[in-house]
Design a protein around this ligand. Structure first.
Ligand code: NDP
Length: 253
């Protein structure tokens, strides 16, 4: 039976900061709702869990699986084949992807012409879509070949210069750099921005800053809040104002 509540589905889910963000906005906007963590350990249980809520966010490892069980997909979900936000309209499920917006919002005022995406997983596809929409030239590099995503594996990256280096890999979470140190050093020297989708793991950003003190750094915390903000708009019809966005950022640092 559908209730008036919201949540985030994933496995594992204990670490998720999404409830802190959404519940803060409900409280500030006097919305009677609750947002909770929902552990789903098997794909076959996804739909049943989603139907219990008015709306849910979807995180690892279900962003791709979820599109097989919804009734409708937004245009960007159809293209990148991954969704992180589902609206339940009395049993009719519609899928959106707010990671695209969340990723680009913190850098929307930067003058970026060329981008290097490091990694070719689910997050990389949202990043690719956002950059493409903004007419930015893109090269994608990954440690292994992918059937379903245009990425290069053996390119000599030292021959290229990029305005922005975007680490979409999960390497930072294991305190590893996503590329060979020597290559990354050269790329960092020529770049204006280093962006890591991870947060609270600064190895990539620190490395780039060490080799180019003028480089701007951006971690994934802002993306987390902006993707939540657009999801909140889908859930509650209101896009949180700047104070609410900044308040949420302070809560999760
Ligand atoms: P996936 O598992 O789909 O993809 C992981 C990618 O990282 C793959 O390309 C993989 O390469 C690569 N990779 C993993 N380890 C290494 C390594 N040691 N060296 C080089 N490449 C490596 O994960 P997602 O795309 O969903 O997420 C990626 C990152 O983005 C995570 O850190 C996640 O937390 C973050 N993220 C942040 C968000 C935010 O709101 N801030 C939102 C979504 C994601 P291969 O294909 O060869 O295995």
């Amino acid at each position: 039976m559908q209730n008036n509540n919201f949540g985030v589905i994933g496995n594992p889910i204990a670490h998720s900061k999404s409830p802190i963000i959404h519940n803060f906005w409900y409280e500030k906007l006097n919305i009677k709702a609750n947002y909770e963590k929902i552990l789903v350990t098997n794909t076959k249980d996804l739909k049943e869990n989603i139907l219990n809520y008015k709306g849910v966010n979807i995180t690892l490892p279900y962003k791709e699986d979820v599109i097989n069980i919804v009734n409708e997909q937004s245009q960007e979900v159809k293209i990148i084949k991954a969704a992180n936000t589902i609206i339940n309209d009395n049993g009719f499920l519609k899928a959106y992807n707010t990671d695209i917006f969340g990723f680009f919002e913190p850098i929307k005022n930067e003058n970026i012409k060329n981008a290097l995406i490091i990694g070719a997983g689910g997050a990389a596809r949202a990043v690719y879509y956002a950059l493409k929409e903004n007419n930015i030239n893109i090269k994608v590099i990954n440690r292994s070949k992918k059937e379903d995503f245009l990425c290069e594996v053996d390119t000599n990256l030292k021959e290229f210069e990029f305005d922005i280096l975007i680490n979409t890999t999960s390497a930072s979470l294991n305190n590893l750099l996503p590329l060979n140190e020597d290559v990354l050093k050269t790329l960092a020297k020529n770049a204006k921005i280093a962006y890591d989708l991870a947060y609270n793991h600064d190895i990539f950003l620190d490395f780039c800053k060490t080799h180019n003190k003028n480089i701007k750094t951006q971690d994934g915390l802002d993306m987390l809040v902006y993707q939540a903000a657009l999801a909140f708009k889908y859930f509650c019809g209101i896009y949180p104002n700047e104070d609410l966005i900044n308040g949420a950022k302070k809560l999760i640092i």
